[in-house]
Design a protein around this ligand. Structure first.
Ligand code: RRO
Length: 309
C-alpha cells in the first residue's frame, strides 16, 4: 500500500505534508519536517522583507482546533530561498514548496520575478488568503483583483505555481472562482486557509491579542468547509489543476475523506502544531490501514471518487 503522489509532475513518497505557517518558520523547524514521514514541506509564507508579525498572544489551541492572528511573521524571501537552494545540493531528488506573497501587488511581482530568475526548481505556492494583516483583505475574495494579478503573473512566471485559497461558502462563488482559475496554467489550488476572523472566548475574554481577538480558525471546526471546497473545485477545475486539501485533518480518516473529495496532497496545520512531526507517521499509518481494509493500493484508486446518494 502506497500513499505516494504527484504534484505538477513531481513525485512525492507521501501525500501528507505540513500546512504553510506551521513548523516552517526557520531551518530548524523545516529540518524536522524534512526528516519526518512527511512527503515534503512548504515554507512559512515569505514577504520581500522580514516581518515580526502581530503582538502576542497570537496563537491559541482549543479542544476543537485553533485560532491565530500571527500577522505574517517571517524571515524574509532571501532566507527561505537560500535554504531551498542549499537543499538542492543535499537532497537533489526531493521537491519542496515555497510559499510567498507580497505586501502589495508590486511586491508580489518582485517576489515572483526573483523566483523565476533564481535556480529554485520546486513548486511555488502564492498565498491569496492571509486573514490576519490589519488593513489587507484576503485577496482571493476579490476575484477581479485576483484575475488581474494572475494575468500579470503568468506573463513572466513559467515555473510551477499554485494558489492558497480562503474558504468559499456559496456555490455561485465556487462557479465564479473556478471560472477565473480555469483561465490560467495553475498547477494546483490549495483549499483551504483558516476560516478568517472568528472569535474564541474563554471566561469573558478573547484568547488572542491582535484585532481584539479576531483570528483565523483551524482544526476540527473547519473540516466540513474544507472538504466542500476541495470537492467543489475538484468538480469545476480543468484536470491540469490539481487540488491540495488542507483543513481539519486530525486522523487518517480525515486525510482519506480529503482524498475522496479530490485532493492529491493533504496538509496538516493545527494538528501538527499540537502534536509535532509524529502526526505525520501516525496519520500516514492510519490512512494506510483504511486503504488496506478497503483494498486500495494507491490513492489514485479512490481520489475524487466521493459517492452521492
Ligand atoms: O501569518 C498569519 O497570520 C497567517 C497567514 Br499568512 C495565513 O495565510 N493564514 C493564517 O491563518 N495565518
Amino acid at each position: 500500500t502506497s500513499t505516494k503522489t504527484k504534484i505538477a509532475n513531481f513525485e512525492f513518497d507521501n501525500c501528507i505534508m505540513n500546512a504553510a505557517g506551521v513548523l516552517c518558520y526557520d531551518k530548524d523547524e523545516l529540518a524536522k519536517i524534512l526528516n519526518s514521514a512527511a512527503g515534503t514541506f512548504v515554507t512559512k509564507t515569505a514577504t520581500l522583507e522580514p516581518r515580526e508579525g502581530n503582538p502576542e498572544p497570537r496563537y491559541h489551541d482549543t479542544r476543537l482546533g485553533s485560532i491565530n492572528s500571527m500577522g505574517l511573521p517571517n524571515l524574509g524571501f532571501d532566507y527561505y530561498l537560500d535554504y531551498l537552494l542549499e537543499l538542492k545540493k543535499t537532497h537533489p531528488k526531493r521537491t519542496f514548496f515555497f510559499s510567498l506573497v507580497g505586501m502589495s501587488q508590486n511586491d508580489t511581482h518582485t517576489l515572483l520575478r526573483k523566483v523565476q530568475e533564481s535556480n529554485f526548481d520546486g513548486i511555488t505556492e502564492l498565498n491569496l488568503s492571509c486573514p490576519n494583516v490589519p488593513g489587507k483583505p484576503q485577496i482571493a475574495y476579490d476575484l477581479e483583483t485576483t484575475e488581474k494579478l494572475l494575468t500579470d503573473i503568468f506573463s513572466y512566471f513559467k515555473k510551477p505555481l499554485g494558489i492558497k485559497l480562503p474558504p468559499y461558502f456559496d456555490l455561485v462563488h465556487f462557479d465564479q472562482a473556478a471560472a477565473v482559475f480555469n483561465k490560467f496554467p495553475l498547477s494546483f489550488v490549495n483549499c483551504v486557509n483558516s476560516i478568517g476572523n472568528g472569535i474564541i472566548i474563554e471566561d469573558e475574554k478573547v484568547v488572542i491579542k491582535p484585532k481584539n481577538g479576531f483570528g483565523g480558525i483551524g482544526g476540527e471546526y473547519v473540516k466540513p468547509t474544507a472538504l466542500a471546497n476541495v470537492h467543489a473545485f475538484y468538480q469545476r477545475l480543468k484536470p491540469s489543476i490539481q487540488i491540495i486539501g488542507t483543513g481539519g485533518i486530525l486522523s487518517g480518516r480525515d486525510a482519506f475523506e480529503h482524498i475522496l473529495c479530490g485532493a492529491s496532497m493533504v496538509q496538516i496545520g493545527t494538528t501538527l502544531h499540537k502534536e509535532g512531526v509524529s502526526a505525520f507517521s501516525r496519520i500516514t499509518s492510519e490512512l494506510k490501514e483504511i486503504m488496506e481494509k478497503k483494498g486500495y493500493k494507491s490513492i489514485e484508486e479512490f481520489k475524487g471518487k466521493l459517492k452521492y446518494l
